[in-house]
Design a binder for this molecule. Structure first.
Ligand code: ZN
Ligand code: ZN
Length: 408
């Protein structure tokens, strides 16, 4: 049996989060907010899921560059591994810095910075778009002549490190603070205080920041505020992923002349006209109620859904080899609908009933797909009929049960 043991990263990840959560409670620091944590984990679920479809492509891309354009013939040995690590970390620094300085890249990286918490769940807050952009930067490695297999192994190891620097539980790391990116350094990177903006871009080594003038030490007198300078005020899965893309597009549409249009894409985030963000918020976030704490019913329902999404993801990853492309797509669709649904519930949207009906239909369709019979077909069709006929009752039921304050 061919199992993908990388799937066990999910329970391991949850174990570390549980430990950190207990520490946060016991120490009285409470650096976990319910909605923030769920939103972070849900973004991570989508990334891990879509990663299934893209990892092979990246490896193919690296191999293609290596075979056709490699500048040097690099052979594997210990020193080459060290060199590869240094070059990878150096490229990361520039990828990360440019992801903050160029709008087209920030559109993907902004998602990582939306959380107003700083804990292990934030490390999961990466999108597949970010992975795509990062891989374009990693293409320098096969171009230099590093073998693709070496690159894949190193990127895997290199990718584990950032998890451990997204925490407030590990304190200072003594002498290591001088050369490594530590939780203190990276916490500063996630801060929106003016003194800390656009600093500490490194991934494993902090030396690049010191070398290129973007390093800043922690100032004990500054109380860190985590997140974006203009907070998102929404946990909508779609808004989190696409709000900045829409902002760029609207700016691009209204920009006059080539130079201005170029600046909307490749200029800095500050170059954008903030009025367009307001217009988009008025259109898409009219009824935002994120500041209200979620009701007990919302918390239960969202937690169960997130748990199921994690479980389905774990099974899909573990038995990856045994899933056909069709079943992989069906299960992925189920997870994506659940993620959008959770975000919409946290934002107290009424349109979740559409998603609920769509998801039930999808589950029944999956049932029919694996067990085609007249029973499953009838079940599928009658559920759609019930969904259409009793739509307004279903909608009332969901909103009353989930959002009603008397229930909490
Ligand atoms: Zn960043
Ligand atoms: Zn981070």
């Amino acid at each position: 049996m061919h199992l993908n043991f990388l799937a066990f990263a999910i329970p391991l990840f949850l174990f570390f989060i549980a430990c950190e959560y207990l520490y946060s409670k016991r120490s009285g620091k409470n650096f976990f907010q319910y909605a923030e944590s769920v939103a972070n984990i849900n973004v991570g679920i989508a990334e891990r899921l879509l990663d299934l479809f893209t990892t092979g492509l990246f490896f193919y891309f690296f191999t293609y560059v290596y075979k056709n354009f490699a500048l040097f013939d690099i052979k594997e040995n210990f020193l080459v591994w060290v060199l590869l690590f240094l070059v990878t970390d150096f490229i990361w620094y520039w990828y990360h810095r440019l992801a903050h300085e160029i709008n087209a890249f920030w559109a993907a990286h902004v998602v990582h910075h939306q959380s107003e918490d700083f804990n292990y769940t934030v490390s999961a807050r990466i999108t597949v778009f970010q992975a795509v952009i990062r891989s374009l930067f990693w293409a320098v490695l096969p171009l230099l002549g590093f073998p693709p297999l070496m690159i894949s192994i190193l990127l895997l190891v290199h990718g584990i490190y950032p998890f451990f620097i997204h925490t407030q539980a590990l304190g200072k790391w003594g002498w290591f603070e001088k050369i490594l990116v530590t939780p203190t350094h990276h916490g500063i990177h996630h801060a929106s205080n003016p003194e800390y903006l656009d600093k500490n871009y490194g991934d494993v080594l902090i030396i690049w920041d010191k070398l290129f003038g973007t390093f800043v030490e922690e100032n004990k007198n500054i109380k860190i505020t985590y997140g974006l300078t203009k907070p998102l005020e929404s946990h909508s899965f779609l808004w989190q992923h696409f709000h900045f893309v829409l902002e760029i597009l609207l700016n691009f549409y209204h920009a006059k002349g080539f130079k201005q249009k170029w600046r909307t894409l490749f200029g800095k985030p500050d170059d954008l006209d903030s009025r367009y963000r307001d217009i988009l918020e008025r259109k898409f976030l009219r009824h935002r109620r994120t500041k209200e704490t979620p009701t007990k019913a919302m918390r239960y329902y969202v937690s169960i859904q997130t748990g199921i999404s994690l479980l389905v993801l774990f099974i899909v990853l573990l038995f990856e080899q045994y899933f056909s492309a069709k079943s992989l797509t069906l299960f992925s669709l189920f997870i994506i609908i659940s993620l959008i649904n959770c975000g919409a519930i946290l934002d107290q949207r009424r349109w979740i009933s559409y998603l609920e009906i769509a998801r039930v239909c999808l589950v029944l369709f999956i049932l029919y797909y694996y067990q085609p019979s007249s029973y499953t077909a009838t079940l599928f069709v009658s559920t759609i009929m019930i969904g259409i006929i009793y739509f307004s009752d279903i909608q009332r039921f969901y909103t009353r049960i989930l959002y009603s304050r008397s229930e909490s």
